[in-house]
Design a protein around this ligand. Structure first.
Ligand SMILES: [Zn+2]
Ligand SMILES: [Zn+2]
Length: 142
């Protein structure tokens, strides 16, 4: 699925919830689909405020909350840093820079087996798992 298909599907999902689709809402959504970063509301504000002078950090945050409720984005909270947001595509993991807080995606499909194993050895009904790797990113390593 390319960015335009993701955008159309996401807009349809939002319309089903009955919310109004404003230009600002579209802009925040497109930004989330296209970014490779895991932006905070402030990051998005910095990126879009010149194009949308009426947009506030609160507007962005409200949109992100709405997208989260609609299942379009995931809120990533690590420690007491501001929440970062990630457009939901497929299962992936994050490696997080302990110096600058940058977060990079990586895939490791083998870990889905861990859920099955955990479920079968404990008889739990497994819903999901969470894994973060920490280190120092290439930029911070200099
Ligand atoms: Zn870094
Ligand atoms: Zn991610």
């Amino acid at each position: 699925m390319d960015a335009n298909d993701q955008f159309t599907e996401s807009i349809n999902a939002l319309k089903e919830t009955g919310v109004r689709i404003t230009p600002q809402r579209k802009a925040v959504l497109m930004y989330m689909i296209e970014t490779e970063e895991h932006p905070t509301a402030d990051d998005i504000f910095r990126a879009l405020s010149s194009e949308y002078p009426n947009m506030s950090v609160a507007t962005i945050y409200n949109n992100l909350k709405l997208f989260k409720e609609t299942g379009l984005v995931k809120e990533l909270t690590y420690g007491d840093a501001s929440s970062r947001f990630d457009f939901i595509t497929d299962t992936h993991y994050h490696i997080i820079c302990s110096k600058c807080g940058k977060m990079t995606d990586f895939h490791y499909p083998g870990l889905e087996e861990v859920e099955q194993l955990a479920g079968s050895v404990t008889a739990y009904d497994v819903s999901h798992h969470r894994l973060e790797i920490y280190g120092v990113c290439p930029e911070c390593r200099g």
